[in-house]
Design a protein around this ligand. Structure first.
Ligand code: NAP
Ligand code: ZN
Ligand code: ZN
Length: 351
């Protein structure tokens, strides 16, 4: 298969900085859309993968799965999109389309393993996929999303992962009017979780380790804020929440958050720390609590979430950076020093 050479930013090894490189992408096939990338959000998963914290990173690695851009060209069998349209790509670029989960429209749970936007198997070129820290991407139209025209494009980019990863579990566990939901960890995912849960009609409780985020959490939509480092506040809020969405990227004591759940309440992990998180039997047993997990969201859910955000005018709070600042941005992300998502202005790659 023919390829095109594309400028990108990626890394050659777990301890290496990201730097400019050229990668090969497949030429646009009949069902593909070629997108000029305008903006790409910086997810903590990019950092976990670039540094091989989840193991299994294939190098060179080009991260980025919060992609917004404009379509440069489309293959001859593409029907839903055309050159010049705005388009977005999230965490997946393909799946088997035949298994039970794919047939149910839950490609994120594809039984054969979906094709992730980066660090997955690229069947056409027989090597790893490369993500959105690049000038251009080629994706099957079935995995390309439409972006509502009224949204700021840079601030919409984080919806493609942080948005749908919080939307999907909030919907699955029926968060809305009459539910009290706790959002733990107010980073890229968490701050989107607060905005979405509030717009869904829930009573939203932010649980943060950062005293500097207490004020801001109310602006994002929190009805209540708990500083989790204050044992008294945590104790006073035991058994109060129907659902907790845990968006924490680092090691933490999940038992402290499980204790905030009512009888039959569920804590769903979306945060994916490097090491296992011990759960005490008595955090679950006495209140019949559930400990669960959730991964990204389907293509249909992603479009549904984007349309909802268009209607309610919801985007991420972002800090726009140049691609050359990415290594510094990773260091700041580790310190929680971003309100609340870095987004790369991909025009900087052409400099
Ligand atoms: P992020 O922006 O770095 O936010 C993580 C937040 O976790 C921080 O802002 C901080 O919030 C909190 N935190 C950090 N260290 C903590 C600690 N030791 N104890 C308690 N809280 C701590 O990261 P992100 O991009 O939102 O991603 C969050 C996690 O979700 C990552 O592990 C990422 O890989 C994962 N993820 C999973 C999926 C999925 O499909 N399940 C999708 C995307 C991302 P406070 O300051 O408020 O405490
Ligand atoms: Zn992500
Ligand atoms: Zn499948």
């Amino acid at each position: 298969m023919n390829t095109i050479s594309v400028r990108a930013f990626g890394t050659e090894a777990p301890e290496a900085d990201l730097k400019q490189m050229n990668i090969e992408r497949r030429e646009t096939t009949a069902k593909d859309v070629e997108i000029d990338i305008l903006y790409c959000g910086v997810c903590h998963s990019d950092l976990h993968t670039a540094r091989n914290e989840w193991h299994g990173t294939i190098y060179p690695n080009v991260p980025g799965h919060e992609i917004v851009g404009r379509i440069a060209k489309v293959g001859k069998d593409v029907t839903k999109l055309k050159a010049g349209d705005l388009a977005a790509v999230g965490c997946m670029v393909d799946s088997c389309r035949e298994c039970e989960q794919c047939k149910k429209g839950r490609e994120q749970y594809c039984e054969k393993g979906n094709v992730l936007t980066y660090n997955s198997y690229e069947k056409y070129l027989n090597r790893q996929t490369f993500g959105g820290y690049s000038e251009r991407i080629v994706v099957d139209e079935d995995f390309v999303l439409r972006v509502p025209e009224n949204l700021d494009l840079a601030a919409a980019a984080p919806l493609l992962c942080a948005g749908v990863t919080t939307w999907s579990p909030l919907k699955h566990w029926n968060v809305g009017e009459g539910t009290t939901v706790g959002i733990v960890g107010i980073g890229g995912l968490g701050h989107m979780g607060v905005k979405l849960a509030k717009a869904m009609g829930a009573h939203v409780v932010v649980i943060t380790t950062s005293s500097s985020k207490v004020e801001d959490a109310h602006r994002l939509g929190a009805d209540e804020v708990i500083l989790s480092t204050d044992k008294e506040q945590m104790k006073a809020n035991a058994n109060k929440l129907h659902f907790v969405l845990d968006c924490v990227s680092a090691q933490h004591d999940v038992n402290a958050y499980l204790r905030l759940l009512k009888v039959d309440g569920t804590l769903a992990l979306v945060g994916a720390p490097e090491h296992p998180l011990p759960v005490a039997a008595f955090s679950l047993i006495p209140k019949r609590r559930n400990f669960a997990g959730s991964t990204i969201g389907s293509i249909a859910e992603t479009q549904e979430m984007l349309d909802f955000c268009g209607k309610h005018n919801i985007t991420a709070d972002i800090e726009l950076i140049k691609i050359q600042d990415i290594n510094n941005a990773y260091e700041r992300l580790l310190k929680g020093d971003v309100k609340y998502r870095f987004v790369i202005d991909m025009a900087s790659l052409k400099n």
